[in-house]
Design a protein around this ligand. Structure first.
Ligand code: NZQ
Ligand code: ZN
Length: 389
């Protein structure tokens, strides 16, 4: 294992009824004005909005609403939220939604306090955060990204066509409320996409050095197996509490930094998917599903022992007469079969990407990860996009 320092500043409240049970006491630690941030309105349909607003009002809070945060949140939306927070002297941002709401709120928490262009300073130049952002708490309504327990915020700059993530520990939500029943209303397509995103986060970490025995990889194997099993259960019965609870907690575990301890994650196909998203606004988990098998067919021979372990431990594939290369390939094909089984797209065309003439520009705009078993080139990324088409 590589050396590490670990801290996670987010306090997690997990389980059915946790918002009603804990939010009133949490509010006592913050000022009078709360900015309730949310997306396109799913929280109004599901009743989550009414539940939160009544708690805020009962506890004497002024509520400022910041709504309409879109999937793949834009920098323009961040600036809108920051202006609203400043104008109203907001003391706490409470984001209720999925990854897009949480990420946008993290960026707002910086932009509301900073006088500088936070996109340039933090997302482009990656400078350290040397001030306290506005406090943020989140209520998760769609699991998958794990954004609730890290400082990561993925923002799209539409003008520049760059979708970029930064993880600043100062942006960790102060608290995260995770009620699995809040995810019952997530449409099947988004549930599957979120669960695949979780699986992808775990795989991107697992398929990275070191490859010797380390507890992070062992936890990852248990998480991957749990995501696959519980996703199948939640597809069968969307109101299976245990399945939703396990998916929700696997999502957090994948991104609360624990499985990354002592590891050097890959995260190349996240970089590739983010740029596809910047150019096409495609759904994150669906984009990942298209890229994964093709990307792994390109790299598995360079990380053979780990891909063999993946086939055996995660997919339970027996060696039989297979050599290492065949066994490793069988693991990758088991993943591809899961993607087909649960109804995720397998081609960029299915994802709605029809213009292949832009692939070279998108490929050239992708960052190159140092963590991959095989260092990508922009030419190979272009080849992967073409194979995914
Ligand atoms: O906007 P509303 O109306 O709320 O609808 C949302 C949205 O349309 C809907 N939804 C959420 N909760 C629901 C619900 N619908 C019914 N019932 C509920 N309970 O789901 C749709 C998608 O929401 P979104 O937040 O966009 O999805 P997700 O959680 O997958 O987040 C995706 C974003 O997170 C970024 C992605 O790139 C993308 O921008 N990521 C963030 C990461 C992080 N911060 O650590 C890591 C990830 O790798 C990822 O890049
Ligand atoms: Zn992701």
């Amino acid at each position: 294992m590589y050396n590490f320092v670990f801290e996670n500043a987010t306090k997690v409240y997990f389980g059915k009824g946790c918002v009603k049970e804990h939010l009133p006491a949490i509010l006592a630690g913050y000022g009078d004005t709360v900015m309730l941030a949310y997306g396109g309105g799913s929280i109004k349909k599901s009743g989550v909005y009414d539940e939160i607003v009544s708690i805020l009002r009962e506890n004497g809070r002024n509520v400022v609403e910041f709504s309409g945060i879109m999937p793949n949140p834009t920098y323009a939306k961040v600036l809108e939220g920051a202006a609203l927070a400043r104008a109203n002297g907001v003391s706490l941002i409470l984001g209720a939604g999925g990854g897009s709401v949480m990420d946008c709120c993290k960026a707002v928490s910086l932009a509301a306090v900073s006088d500088e262009d936070v996109w340039e300073k933090f997302w482009m130049r990656g400078e350290p955060v040397d001030f306290a952002p506005l406090p943020l708490g989140v209520v998760v309504t769609a699991s998958g990204t794990g954004s609730e327990c890290n400082g990561g915020a993925v923002i799209t700059n539409e003008a520049l066509k760059i979708k970029s993530g930064r993880d600043y520990p100062q942006c960790n939500p102060r608290f995260a409320l995770l009620d699995p029943t809040y995810t019952y209303s997530v449409p099947k397509g988004q549930m599957i996409s979120g669960a695949f995103d979780t699986l992808s986060h775990i795989m991107e970490t697992y398929f990275g050095e070191p490859n010797g025995d380390n507890v992070s990889d062992s936890i990852s194997e248990a998480l991957m197996e749990s995501v696959v099993r519980n996703l199948r259960a939640a597809i069968k019965n969307p109101e299976d509490y245990d399945a939703r609870a396990n998916l929700m907690w696997c999502s957090t575990m994948a991104e609360n930094r624990i499985i990354k301890l002592g590891k050097k994650p890959d995260f190349e196909y996240h970089a590739m998917e983010h740029q596809l998203g910047a150019y096409t606004d495609c759904n994150h988990g669906r984009g990942l599903a298209v890229l994964h098998p093709v990307y792994y067919r390109h790299i598995y021979k360079y990380g053979l022992p780990k891909f063999v372990r993946f086939a055996q431990k995660v997919w339970g594939i027996e060696r039989g007469g297979m050599n290492d290369e065949e066994l490793a390939a069988a693991g990758v094909e088991a993943l591809a079969a899961l993607i087909r089984e649960i109804g995720l797209p397998t081609t960029l065309r299915e994802l709605g990407v029809t213009d292949r003439s832009m692939f070279k520009t998108i490929a050239d705009s992708c960052g190159i990860s140092a963590g991959s078993y095989k260092r990508m080139t922009h030419e190979e990324i272009l080849q992967i996009f073409e194979e995914c088409f």
